[in-house]
Design a binder for this molecule. Structure first.
Ligand SMILES: Nc1nc2c(ncn2[C@@H]2O[C@H](COP(=O)(O)OP(=O)(O)OP(=O)(O)O)[C@@H](O)[C@H]2O)c(=O)[nH]1
Ligand SMILES: [Mg+2]
Length: 267
């Protein structure tokens, strides 16, 4: 399945690979709703032996008890894990505590998939908007060093993805975490995968969105309920799919986690 994979992503991977050698540590930002699926596995080998914090962001959108399970699971694997919602937190400085040194400058690379909140984190620490953020993947297009005082420098990096995904489940999770820009791929297919996964995880939540015994029926009933019509009175299914995707991924129907640690018991 196609993932939007513009040339800046490939460039970013190369830049991260070379710059990571010079940094003191890494903060890898993932989406708390799917912390394993949103780990950029293809660049993780670059971080070998560096101090790394895995920050599960957007906990405001995830099920709190599932996030607690993730903390337990990841910590037991020896990963330094922190969680939070950059939208709700007043101060994100604690994320950098593990990198503190008694003297000298600390350089930290902030890495992760698109739209997980990397630039939001940089701006919070800097206390001003020094790098662009946005409600869609692919906002940051090039690596950028941001100086924070004379002790800390951060490298904001573009979100990285895979050129293709061959697993329906992973594809749905990336869509539901807004890592994939729905406007850049066959969004009809993507939103169907998303709804199918959600239906398995939380049929009640899908029931809040729309009624019907199949995903197709639900999208139709939703389009009717919202009055999404094209000229001539046919249902505007595209608009319904886009709106459903937006509302679900922004937590308008409630918090939901898209994966649990037991899905990964065998690794
Ligand atoms: N609900 C919620 N939204 C958040 C949180 N943190 C960041 N966001 C939103 O997520 C979107 C993406 O944030 P960015 O900081 O631009 O993400 P990024 O990882 O830099 O994205 P790229 O530059 O595309 O790689 C923005 O709309 C943020 O406001 C959070 O904790 N909760
Ligand atoms: Mg960014």
């Amino acid at each position: 399945m196609e993932v939007w994979y513009p040339s800046h992503v490939e460039r970013a991977k190369k830049a991260i690979k070379s710059l990571v050698k010079a940094v003191s540590g890494i903060v890898e930002v993932v989406d708390a709703r799917a912390p394993m699926a949103t780990r950029p596995m293809d660049i993780e080998p670059y971080f070998n032996r560096k101090i790394k914090v895995l920050f599960l962001n957007k906990t405001d959108l995830a099920e709190p008890y599932v996030t607690d399970k993730w903390i337990d699971f990841l910590s037991k694997k020896g990963i330094m894990v922190m969680t939070g919602s950059l939208k709700k937190m007043k101060n994100a400085n604690k994320i950098f505590d593990p990198f503190k040194k008694s003297s000298g400058e600390v350089n930290i690379a902030i890495v992760g998939m698109p739209n997980v909140g990397k630039s939001t984190l940089v701006n919070m620490i800097k206390h001003r908007r020094s790098t662009s953020i946005g409600d869609r993947p692919g906002i940051t297009r090039a690596v950028q060093w941001i100086r924070i005082g004379d002790q800390l420098k951060m490298l904001d990096t573009p979100g990285v993805t895979y050129p293709r995904v061959f697993n329906d489940l992973l594809y749905a999770k990336l869509g539901l975490c807004n890592v994939i820009d729905v406007e850049k791929v066959d969004f009809e297919a993507l939103v169907y995968y998303e709804l199918n996964l959600l239906y398995k995880i939380n049929p009640d939540l899908v029931g809040k969105v729309a009624e019907g015994s199949s995903v197709m029926e639900m999208v139709e009933s939703y389009a009717k309920k919202r009055g999404f019509l094209l000229k001539g009175g046919t249902l505007d299914m595209n608009r319904a799919l886009f709106t459903i995707h937006r509302e679900i991924t922004h937590g308008e129907f409630g918090r939901v986690s898209y994966e649990v640690p037991s899905d990964y018991d065998r690794i």
